[in-house]
Design a binder for this molecule. Sequence first.
Ligand code: 5AD
Ligand code: SF4
Length: 523
Amino acid sequence: MNEQQRKDMSQIRQVNPEEATSDKNNLNRLKEKSSEDFMKYFETTYQPPNMRDAQRRKKKETDVHYDFTIPEDMDQSGKGKKYMIRTYGCQMNEHDTEVMAGIFEEMGYESTSDTKEADIILLNTCAIRENAENKVFGEIGHLKPLKMENPNLIIGVCGCMSQEESVVNRILKKHPFIDLIFGTHNIHRLPQLVKEAMFGKEMVIDVWSKEGDIIENLPRSRKGKIKAWVNIMYGCDKFCTYCIVPYTRGKERSRLPADIIQEVRHLAAQGYKEVTLLGQNVNAYGKDLDLEYGLGDLMDELRSIDIPRVRFTTSHPRDFDDRLIEVLSKGGNMLDHIHLPVQSGNTDVLKIMGRKYSREEYLELVKRIRKSMPDATLTTDIIVGFPNETEEQFQDTLSLVEEVGFEAAYTFIYSPRENTPAAKMKDNVSMEEKKDRLQRLNKLVNEQSAEAMKQYEGEIVHVLVEGESKNNEEVLAGYTKRNKLVNFRAPRSSIGQIVPVKITKAKTWSLDGEMVEASVEVK
Ligand code: 5AD
Ligand code: SF4
């Protein structure tokens, strides 16, 4: 670790001494001491710095509600009207949009993708990186003329950006034509909020930092009939130093196993072929429930449900345990694909990121997974250009990518997020250098992906057929159990089924093929 990074570490500690509660006295004493003392302190007693609200997080605060209804005065209030929701960001947001769509439809609204037709437009926003936020502010600007033309149009901003004070202030000051801002914990109040926005004169702002509740019986208007998302938990308590999610999504809280299992059973009965269990850190599932029940136990129960494919996203290496590996290796509807974000291949950088594992521990976990699941595809997330990342530290990331043999990776340039500990670090890496590192990393990942794809030429794989391919409507597309995208010719009747496809050509990110038997279902 270089001098600047040592300094950063000590700054992490000084971000919120007030919030470090029991560590406070230690910390004040350590402030006078050397970097080595900080390092020692960090390794032995460090607790991640929490923001004010986060500090109040306690277990067992979660209330579960089963009593959601549309208030009588808003029931069918959307008859003859249309809603449009534009979604940014991750699958959690996509799924929140399905919930909001479900609420709108219960109120009598119909959906539209045409802004000119809409009576209400919501932007479901993402805050993970600065460019995600810029896109939303750009879109807000585009919507202004529509509002000028039609003052009855309601425009709302929801999702992760709404949970940021600075964003709410910016909208108040610069975009006062926005009617409604609400946060990630307030979705179930949509009917009331729409009513207030319709009849009130002021901008309606409903953003809670309290996030203890789980509302179970919200309606959902799912986007497809083949694949479905199922929340298993909300929030994140990991507080990686670069990440805004623990602040925008609140504390970790798990749904009860019975509620999840019932939802998956229901989806199976409706004919869905794949469910993806969603959480910011699914490996922490159950830790807040006092049930001695984790993701491995949940997956084991889901194995016996008659649904061909069960996935989960996203994992944190720290909580990925042997029980889960054991269950995944049983096969059946468990898939041969694990997305395991590593973020960096250098132990010092991982430490400053607050990831709570070393390079060696990550590699050890990969070894255990490979031993039990030799066929599994591993994919990952990586951040380059974290403050003061050296060339050598970046080289460690490249060598880890090679050593693990990732077959795909989401790669990002570090983006400072307001009020996170990393955003306060001085950064001596230029944007030019960061872009160059990203390019070098992407080149390696592409090569590895292409190499993995090559091995499929001539093989028969089983593909869950999702529909037309993106670029050619005469070609169908779907994914294998190892998460490889396959484009192939087959009768349209195979959509929604799992069919055998012979691979004729490998590309960098996808495979081309031909279905080998007409409409045979293989599970
Ligand atoms: N800058 C860049 N990438 C980030 N991610 C999270 N926060 C940041 C940030 N501040 C990436 C991580 C995470 C993925 C969802 O987004 O790699 O795994
Ligand atoms: Fe963000 Fe994931 Fe870390 Fe949670 S575990 S703080 S969501 S990067």
